[in-house]
Each structure stands twice: as C-alpha cells, then as structure tokens.
Design a protein around this ligand. Structure first.
Ligand code: SF4
Length: 77
C-alpha cells in the first residue's frame, strides 16, 4: 500500500496518489504552471492561488488528486 505524495503552500495540502492516476493530463493541460509534467517536484503550489488549485484538483477524473485546507477538517473537493 502506497502513501500519497503530499504538497503544501501553507493554506492547502494537495495529495497525489500515483496508483489512482489515469494520466488523463487534465491537470497539466488546464493548469500547467502548477502541474508540471517535466519538472520535479511536479506539483508547484506557489504558481497559482489556493482557490484555483482546489478547482483544478476537483476536476481530476480519477481521484488521484485531493486537497484539504490547512487548519480545517473539511475537504476542499
Ligand atoms: S488530472 Fe488526475 S488523473 Fe489526470 S493526470 Fe492529473 S492527477 Fe492524473
């Protein structure tokens, strides 16, 4: 069982579970500044607002991406 990779910008935490990813690339095509296919680390949360990132995470068709607001137990998605 793998642990999702997590990234934080101090406002939200984004988790990425590679085992769920279907490589549709919606994230990279629609918000390429944050979801970068050729750079490590591939998720760069400083490149967009937390709200915009949360919107994009919600569009992930496989559920590989998820996010939570720091200091809250309520999921953004
Ligand atoms: S949108 Fe979700 S399923 Fe598609 S590449 Fe990104 S993480 Fe993977």
């Amino acid at each position: 069982m793998s642990t999702p990779n997590t990234y934080s910008n101090g406002e939200i935490t984004v988790a990425y579970n590679p085992k769920k990813c279907t490589h549709s690339e919606c994230c990279a095509q629609e918000l390429s500044e944050v979801f970068r296919t050729a750079v490590i680390p591939w998720i760069h949360l400083d490149a967009a607002s937390s709200e915009r990132i949360a919107q994009q995470v919600a569009r992930c068709p496989s559920g590989a991406l998820s996010c939570t607001r720091i200091g809250s137990c309520v999921a953004v998605k």
